[in-house]
Design a protein. Structure first.
Length: 94
């Protein structure tokens, strides 16, 4: 299954970017988001999953991987932060 949208952020007669949502036969889902109107100095590529994230910072492939600790666990354990529980602040390894 594929769904896509084109963006015209600058209002010209050309595409400034696109977004595609892909669903594969095995149930894996991916979203691709491309834009030529970014104000970042270099191209960036990132992926997210239930167990971690990857970011490529530049064309030399400098980047990092962040994984949830206890990857064998079903989900991150919520921790107390501010006035409530959150998984966002759960322990991670770099």
């Amino acid at each position: 299954d594929v769904y896509g949208e084109l963006s015209f952020a600058l209002g010209h007669e050309v595409d400034d970017g696109f977004r595609a949502r892909l669903t594969f036969a095995n149930g894996f889902k991916a979203m691709v988001d491309v834009s030529t109107t970014s104000f970042l100095p270099e191209a960036k590529f990132w992926m997210q999953s239930a167990s971690g994230s990857v970011v490529i910072e530049d064309r030399e492939m400098n980047g990092r991987i962040v994984r949830r600790t206890g990857a064998e666990e079903e989900d991150a354990t919520p921790v107390q932060a501010g006035v409530g529980l959150t998984k966002t602040m759960a322990p991670r390894i770099l």
